[in-house]
Ligand binder design. Structure first.
Ligand code: ADE
Ligand code: ZN
Length: 348
């Protein structure tokens, strides 16, 4: 059985092989959250950036979070080692290698331009580094990918507009805009106009909502941002009418089990609501969010819920189907991936 060092989810070897072999898309991945401590150290040395850790072990020891903000403080500090185009390329290639090993066929990568442009890193270097890695990943691994430009919600809407303006020359290379960072106190309503502007430019829309924020934020994401999917959405379960609406609208939720556990959105993985979401008819998917910080890539997230909640192969395959139907891929590509799942499932 192949296990990453962080994988503590020991499954029967055949179930493990099923999870890895299952064709899947990853829809909720912050590329800055895939910065492994080893690469953080290498980039810190290459770029002469001081980091407040003595060793890789020291970094990992700092990854104990009691909420989203605890994590974000460390995540933004870690991103300070990313300075030039090659850094963004190397970061994304490291992610694609892990994704390939996990059976990912398509990945939609969120990136936070403001985390970099506010430190003086040109937008062009961030996006060109990512794009060159995406092209290499397709050539080497056959993994397709798309970019989601995420606005930092703790900053102003004006700053989000400035970021959208910087992205103008690359709009044909960006699939969607997203909304991330500190949720509580920064409701979707704060960004209604910039999301309308992005939509008018032909971009798809996604937003973190209901991770720590209340169900009202999920309502706002639907009503005011016109989202195509919801990132996390856990707290929607507190509102029966909202669940019915998400089901009726076939809204994809990009659920992140290990993240939910590490950020105390759930106290125990054994209480994770993924199978409840599926039973309610929600289009839940399984994703890694910030895998370097939360202890595992996408297959580990499948393993974690399979082990903690006893998810059946059929339930895991349903999540993989949702990952393609909820993607921003063209219909023909979605159909091809769904057919690959159907071919894989009876074989396994
Ligand atoms: N940025 C990176 N990961 C995030 C998460 N889980 N929630 C909000 N913003 C984020
Ligand atoms: Zn996220």
């Amino acid at each position: 059985m192949t296990m990453t060092a962080a994988s503590t989810f020991v499954l029967p070897a055949d179930l493990d092989a099923f999870i890895v072999g299952l064709p899947k898309a990853e829809l909720h991945l912050h590329i800055e959250g895939s910065l492994e401590p080893e690469l953080m150290f290498a980039l810190a040395a290459r770029n002469s950036v001081a980091i407040p850790y003595a060793s890789v072990e020291d970094v990992r020891a700092a990854y104990a979070f009691s909420n989203l903000q605890d994590f974000l403080d460390i995540y933004y500090a870690g991103a300070s080692v990313l300075l030039v185009r090659q850094d963004f390329h190397d970061l994304a290639m490291a992610y694609f290698e892990r994704a390939h090993a996990d059976g990912v066929r398509h990945a939609e990568l969120m990136f936070d331009p403001q985390t970099h442009t506010d430190r003086g890193v040109p937008f062009a270097d961030v996006i060109e580094g990512l794009l060159s890695a995406m092209a290499e990943a397709e050539a080497r691994f056959g993994i397709t990918s798309a970019l989601i430009l995420s606005f930092l919600r703790h900053l102003s809407e004006e700053a989000a507009f400035e970021t959208l303006a910087m992205a103008e020359p690359w709009l044909d290379r960006i699939a969607a805009v997203g909304l991330d960072s500190s949720e509580v106190g920064h409701p979707p309503a704060k960004f209604e106009r910039v999301f309308a502007a992005a939509r008018a430019k032909g971009l798809k829309i996604t937003a973190h909502a209901g991770e720590e924020g209340p169900p009202a934020y999920v309502h706002e994401a639907l009503d005011l941002l016109n989202v195509d999917r919801i990132d996390h959405g856990n707290r929607a379960l507190e509102d029966e009418a909202l669940v019915a609406r998400l089901v009726a609208e076939e809204m994809t939720l990009t659920v992140c089990p290990l993240s939910n556990h590490k950020l105390c959105v759930v106290d125990d993985l054994a209480d994770h609501p993924l199978d409840r979401m599926l039973a309610l008819g929600l289009k839940a998917t399984i994703n890694s969010d910030d895998p370097a910080y939360f202890g595992g890539y996408v297959a580990d997230n499948y393993r974690a819920v399979a082990a903690a909640r006893g998810l059946s192969r059929e339930a895991l395959a349903t999540c993989a189907r949702h990952s393609f139907t909820g993607s921003f891929l063209p219909e023909a590509a979605v159909a091809k991936h769904l057919a690959a799942i159907e071919a894989f499932v009876p074989e396994s």
